[in-house]
Design a protein. Structure first.
Length: 435
């Protein structure tokens, strides 16, 4: 655990109806709108490039992967800028404004690449300091802190749930520019809300106090914590390789190989393909309170080893989701017949459960183990896992029509299993040291 920093000085923030500081509501609402805009663009991007712009599937997958990778590599540098120069709150505001402009620019086909660049760079400035502010609302010994990131993660997925339904529907049925404009409006709402409640957020860290505390930190402990975080992040890359296909190749599977027609009061209705992207955030919203309740009943001390073991379990569950898609591809056959949408529902259910064991727990470890003076940069480094996972997923996606679908899904399953075994081995080693 890092030593107490400026965030622990002063009175504890006021509690809300839900038993957490009021600032948590502000932060997850802001992130909710950011996720609404980000996933609104993501839900449309592959379809927009292949249908409207006429790009080949392989080229579209590579662009999708490069954009997703850049959006989650830039947080490392955005966190560095927030720690060293701009500060946390100014970085959030500047990054949000860049993302808003990028989403509005997506409405114009000629601005595709500048728009994607604005969103990617803005995301880098926006995400790390906002996520660090969540932990800064609590004292290190505050028991609510252990579940803050799970609650935060549930809140931000409200945006991921609404994005395909709103932006996806507008884009598919009424015109791509309407979908992208809706994403820009969502980011604007988030910025206005954030700026309106700055008084509820933690103050900027006192740099001189942080420097003084840094002298007291034991170098061996810091090196050990950093080593744990680096290895954990590397394993999350392997998890992300499979997970990031949910918005890329899985979107194409839903469009081309999934039976989406249903009888609705005597009429035949075809479910828009983008709606399937809402399954994941919906299940996160429904599943997080249940998992938090179960975890609170456990008497096991939440050590680093325990949390790493929890992440390993999540990777195993995610690998099972990939296995479902292997079976779905075999059911589809060599002719590519459309199969039941239940396959996709089962895939998203298992993938989401695995995600809840991996991502919020990883965020908790980053906030707990990272040195205070590098908090935003460390949070940005966590997102490098998403960068590399998205990039590798995009490269894999280029082979979607080249290798059999069942073999393609086996690759994602294999990488996730390797992550599970490695995380479990780390937890065993640390448990031996901690006992």
């Amino acid at each position: 655990m890092t030593p107490a920093g400026p965030k622990e000085i002063g009175e504890r923030p006021a509690r809300t109806l839900f038993g957490h500081p009021a600032g948590l509501t502000v932060l997850f609402t802001t992130q909710m709108w950011a996720e609404f805009s980000f996933f609104g663009l993501q839900a449309l991007l592959v379809y927009y490039m292949t249908k409207q712009l006429g790009f080949a599937q392989a080229k579209s997958s590579l662009i999708y992967g490069a954009y997703g990778g850049a959006a989650f590599f830039s947080p490392f540098f955005g966190g560095l800028i927030a720690d060293k120069w701009l500060g946390r709150t100014p970085s959030v505001i500047a990054g949000g404004a860049m993302m808003m402009c990028g989403h509005f620019a997506m409405a114009f086909p000629a601005l595709l690449f500048p728009a994607l660049a604005l969103v990617a760079l803005g995301n880098g400035l926006f995400i790390p300091p906002l996520a660090v502010q969540v932990g800064s609302l609590y004292a290190d010994d505050d028991p609510r802190k252990a579940y803050a990131y799970s609650a935060y993660y549930m809140g931000i997925n409200l945006g991921g749930l609404l994005a395909p339904l709103v932006c996806g529907t507008l884009g598919e049925l009424y015109g791509w520019h309407w979908g992208f404009t809706a994403a820009g409006v969502g980011m604007a709402i988030g910025l206005v809300g954030y700026c309106s409640f700055l008084r509820l957020l933690p103050p900027e860290p006192n740099r001189s106090l942080i420097a003084a505390e840094a002298q007291a930190e034991a170098a061996p402990v810091i090196r050990r914590h950093v080593a744990i975080l680096v290895l954990m992040t590397a394993m999350v890359v392997l998890f992300r390789v499979g997970y990031e296909q949910s918005g890329n190749v899985i979107a194409l599977w839903v469009r081309d190989f999934t039976e989406r027609s249903i009888d609705f009061f005597g009429d035949r209705f075809t479910i828009p393909a983008t709606w399937f992207q809402s399954i994941n955030p919906l299940l996160i919203i429904l599943g997080t309170p249940v998992l938090i309740r179960i975890w609170r009943r456990g008497r096991t001390k939440k050590t680093t080893a325990h949390l790493l073991r929890r992440m390993a379990i999540g990777c195993v569950i995610a690998a099972t989701a990939m296995l479902v898609m292997v079976l779905a591809a075999l059911a589809s056959g060599a002719q590519g017949a459309r199969v039941s949408s239940l396959w996709v529902f089962a895939y998203f259910a298992l993938l989401t459960l695995g995600e809840l064991f991996v991502i919020p727990v990883g965020l908790t470890l980053i906030e707990s183990l990272a040195p205070v003076r590098f908090a935003s940069m460390a949070m940005g480094a966590w997102y490098i896992a998403k960068f590399l996972g998205s990039l590798l997923a995009g490269i894999m996606g280029a082979y979607w029509l080249i290798i059999p679908a069942w073999a393609f899904f086996c690759l994602g399953m294999t990488s996730t299993i390797i992550a599970a075994v490695s995380l479990y081995s780390m937890s065993r080693l640390l448990r031996t040291e901690e006992s």
